[in-house]
Ligand binder design. Structure first.
Ligand SMILES: C[S@@+](CC[C@H](N)C(=O)[O-])C[C@H]1O[C@@H](n2cnc3c(N)ncnc32)[C@H](O)[C@@H]1O
Length: 234
């Protein structure tokens, strides 16, 4: 699924590192699963959490209720759902809200002036293609802080990245890194995607990347960043 901050293009590098020493039946869990663009390539016992209610309602409807989402919405329908979200089922609001510019929540109706791109068809095909690979994923919708883990879990974190622009940043990164320290010390294998980390974390992989959107900046400029994967230095 096209999703802001998607790790789709890095999954082929990240997953071999994260899953390298995975034991049989070792749980793989993502506290910030978003568009499920990593977990859809993992097998075995898997748990996907995200605190975005409509997003998780959408995944639940698609994976467990075999909901067939709409293949086309007019701009008027999109705007109506955007303005009157409370009048629509959450799973539909989730599906529509993320079919927006950059996979960013209700950031605007995508239309192609030349009529060449069928954005609703693409959204439909991307998501329905993912579904067979999400069969059996255990879903939850809560803050990562409220998650409970089975002993010795593999926890892959892809949180909202720390803002470099100081623009609207309501995710507490200090609390997050403390939580990572705590989970690592409890014996879980904790991997974190971020551009930067506190000094007691070690970068085990990096790759330059261009991003159009960030979780914190609402402009469309393209930025060069370095994607990194961290673990706690022990
Ligand atoms: C960068 S995105 C994850 C993208 C995902 N890895 C992918 O490839 O599609 C970060 C996600 O964290 C979620 N999130 C933000 N704060 C959260 C919190 N406190 N607890 C759980 N999820 C949270 C957001 O809803 C968003 O879906």
């Amino acid at each position: 699924m096209k999703y802001m901050g998607s790790k789709a293009r890095f999954s082929k590098y990240l997953l071999p590192i994260i899953l390298k020493d995975r034991l049989e039946n070792q749980v793989y869990i993502e506290p910030f699963a978003g568009g499920m663009n990593m977990i859809d390539k993992v097998d075995g016992v898997r748990m996907a959490n995200d605190q975005h209610e409509e997003l998780m309602a959408m995944w639940h409807a698609l994976i467990y209720d075999h909901w067939d989402p709409p293949q086309l919405l007019t701009e008027a329908e999109y705007q109506n759902i955007r303005t009157n979200q409370q009048d629509y089922p959450k799973h539909l609001v989730g599906y529509v809200g993320f079919n927006s510019f950059g996979g960013k929540w209700f950031s605007g109706y995508r239309r192609d002036k030349e009529g060449k791109r069928d954005y609703w068809g693409e959204h439909y095909r991307n998501i329905t293609k993912q579904l067979p690979n999400l069969d059996g994923v255990i879903l939850s919708c809560k803050s990562y802080l409220d998650l409970k883990f089975k002993k010795n879990s593999i926890i892959y974190c892809d949180p909202p990245y720390a803002s470099t622009t100081k623009y609207r940043d309501d995710f507490d990164h200090k609390v997050f890194w403390n939580w990572c320290r705590k989970q690592s010390k409890l014996g879980h294998k904790v991997f974190i995607s971020e551009y930067n980390a506190p000094e007691d974390f070690e970068c085990i992989w990096e790759m330059p990347s261009k991003t159009t959107f960030s979780w914190h900046a609402e402009n469309l400029s393209t930025k060069e960043n370095i994607e990194r994967l961290f673990i706690l230095n022990t």
